[in-house]
Design a protein around this ligand. Sequence first.
Ligand code: FAD
Length: 503
Amino acid sequence: MESPSRSSVIIIGAGVSGISTAKVLAENGVEDLVILEASDRIGGRIRKEDFGGVPVELGAGWIAGVGGKESNPVWELADKSGLRTCFSDYSNARYNIYDKSGKIYPSGIAADSYKKAVESAIRKLRNEEANPCGGGNNVCKVTEPPSMPNTPMELAIDFVLHDFEMAEVEPISTYLDFGEREFLVADERGYEYLLYKMAEDFLFTSEGKILDSRLKLNKVVRELQHSRNGVTVITEDGSVYEANYVILSVSIGVLKSQLISFNPPLPRWKTEAIERCDVMVYTKIFLKFPYKFWPCGPGKEFFLYAHERRGYYTFWQHMENAYPGSNILVVTLTNGESKRVEAQPDSDTLKEAMGVLRDMFGPNIPDATDILVPRWFTNRFQCGSYSNYPLISNGQEFHGIQAPIGRIFFTGEHTSERFSGYVHGAYLAGIDTGKALVEEMGKESTERNSSCSENQAFLLEPLLALTGSLTLTQTETVQALHKCDIPTQLYLSSKIGIQEAIL
Ligand SMILES: Cc1cc2nc3c(=O)[nH]c(=O)nc-3n(C[C@H](O)[C@H](O)[C@H](O)COP(=O)(O)OP(=O)(O)OC[C@H]3O[C@@H](n4cnc5c(N)ncnc54)[C@H](O)[C@@H]3O)c2cc1C
């Protein structure tokens, strides 16, 4: 078998973190890199698809965190690329809660219930912070217990609050740092256009396509063999790649799955940290209609369906702000409901969604003409939508997940301490990992150079002494030369020349 060529760095995964890492490496002179991507495209969880005549975002849709004291770097990229976006105001959703008979709950009652739910959630967090029960600590202070949601309206509010707004530890770093506004990407080129723009700076592209042979698509990595000297990467099609370093940017879901094996296996503290981080499943289901039958206009973009089953087709959005006349509705499911619909035929999902819409808007609304159900959980290159760290966490999980193992570095949204779960988290994590690796390579080369100067002096000893007798065996010499990047051929010819001169 032909021996694989060795690169400085192999990046596994061409999502936003993989591409931003590669860009940092290229900017720092690391050009001999290879990017191995399992699917047939770059972008990962940023993915546009044409549906019902418009481009829809199956994965990330919003640039979250805009308008604050610091500028969100993804917002800056979007601005530079002229990406079209629309402002989204979720806060109105609570005033558009429909019951099963199609009546909207009076806004006063809904607002009250929302306020109570927020207070209760904050109380629960404070209690957990003050009383980290479990783990053998049995001295919990009993404080006022948080109230549990019971009615369909309370359940709908609880769903929005916990599965959307407060899925993270309060205060939310994204909003603190970058601002509380969110903008929906509504651009023909898709959110993924930002990745192509980034890639353009260091990969060879032509007419919107990446033609650089260093990007290898449809390469599913299955095994990483690592040692002090380097990493061998084996893909599903039997290809073998070697590198001095690997950057692994696959999702937390993939790390938890058995898709990639490590030889030697990852240490226990690493696998335990990976296990402790939850994976959130978040599914946007798109429905196309022959005409609109839902209210539009200010404050109507989002609406909720109140049902006794929590999370049952609760959160709805119309796409008239993004694409007027598109006649598309989006309903978002999470976790258990997401997994349930992923496992059933789309025709069943369509029936359920139509049942819910007929509850809200009456029996005479038209059937949807098309449905699109993304399957992030079943997709073996994703195994979920994004990481979900425990609400009360001391940062141990995060540090464990992020820490390199020898020559394998870890990146991706799940390695971002402040912004996990977001595009900007993945982007910034990629930059940080790229910089950390550049630093590591610098250190290694300094160490190698100093040990090589010693070695070189040692190797030159016999030459300088002009005795012609070698103090090292040939194998030892060649190994030392490899370590110091001195071409063997050059050395041997100079050696022969000197020996000839001696003779
Ligand atoms: C439905 C959904 C909605 C979201 N909404 C938002 C939002 O509105 N705003 C926001 O900021 N964020 C949102 N996110 C989160 C955001 O999309 C992610 O945080 C971000 O895109 C993750 O980028 P990444 O580079 O870390 O990982 P990925 O994009 O997952 O990149 C990893 C890459 O690795 C590849 N890969 C996996 N296994 C292998 C293998 N064995 N060999 C080779 N390659 C492999 C994958 O194919 C993928 O391309 C959403 C995500 C989802 C799924």
